[in-house]
Ligand binder design. Structure first.
Ligand code: ZN
Length: 235
């Protein structure tokens, strides 16, 4: 005779239905479809159309434990109903994304699926490679390995520089490749991004520490630091 153990597994759709009932106890639960998609990042989205709920989740989360899927259901459904996400779920979800193994697979996926779009480092006015090598000698004893380096394809005003660890690339906004912009400003933005290579992001629980105290101290070692900041403020 076999002893049967009753096991109860909730499907992802059932998780959404349960959370829906908690958020909208008087509304009948609509049909829910969940699809896992190959995004280049941990994106997820939700929409309600013709009385049906459609959820698309990054396939990176396909094997995530049920409590994580539940947390994401709370996040997405709260967003759909323009309600504040309960902090416990937000925290649980973020903690998961910050787990070392999860970060590692995210990093790999970004590397494989994301496309890094950048233009040659030799701009119309400034040559990023030449500036990089000069900064490298002056501030890093010439020991920093040169990452992929280039001007952004579009002149971004909000992101003047960016270091992408997945592609080991520094991208500087094309906005700065202009005769009206003093070289000091370009040097400073590039120096800042080089410090991101020197001081990798630290993860503490759910927090990502990007500009650590050590980072900020090193930043102030840049000659004409205040002057450079002033120029950037007026761009
Ligand atoms: Zn930064």
């Amino acid at each position: 005779m076999q002893v049967q153990t009753a096991l109860f597994f909730e499907t992802t759709e059932q998780i959404y239905a349960r959370v829906f009932r908690e958020l909208r106890p008087r509304t009948p639960v609509p049909e829910v479809t969940v699809r896992f998609c190959r995004f280049a990042n941990v994106n997820s989205n939700i929409r309600m159309e013709a009385g049906k709920i459609e959820v698309r989740i990054s396939d990176l989360l396909e094997g995530a434990p049920a409590p994580i899927m539940e947390a994401l259901a709370w996040i997405l459904l709260s967003k759909l109903f323009k309600r504040e996400v309960p902090r416990i779920y937000l925290h649980r979800y973020r903690l998961y994304l910050n787990r070392r193994d999860v970060r590692r697979s995210l990093h790999l996926v970004r590397q494989q699926r994301g496309r890094k779009l950048l233009d040659s480092p030799r701009g119309k006015y400034y040559d990023l490679e030449a500036i990089f090598e000069d900064l490298n000698l002056r501030h890093f004893n010439g020991l920093m390995a040169r990452p992929l380096l280039g001007w952004s394809r579009r002149p971004s005003r909000s992101t003047l520089g960016h270091y992408d660890p997945s592609h080991n690339a520094i991208v500087i906004s094309k906005l700065l490749d202009c005769p009206k912009v003093p070289e000091l400003a370009v040097r400073y933005v590039l120096y800042h991004e080089m410090l991101h290579l020197r001081f990798p992001v630290e993860h503490r629980g759910t927090r990502r520490c990007v500009h650590t105290p050590e980072f900020q101290a090193a930043e102030r070692e840049f000659p004409q630091w205040a002057e450079a900041k002033e120029i950037l403020k007026h761009l």
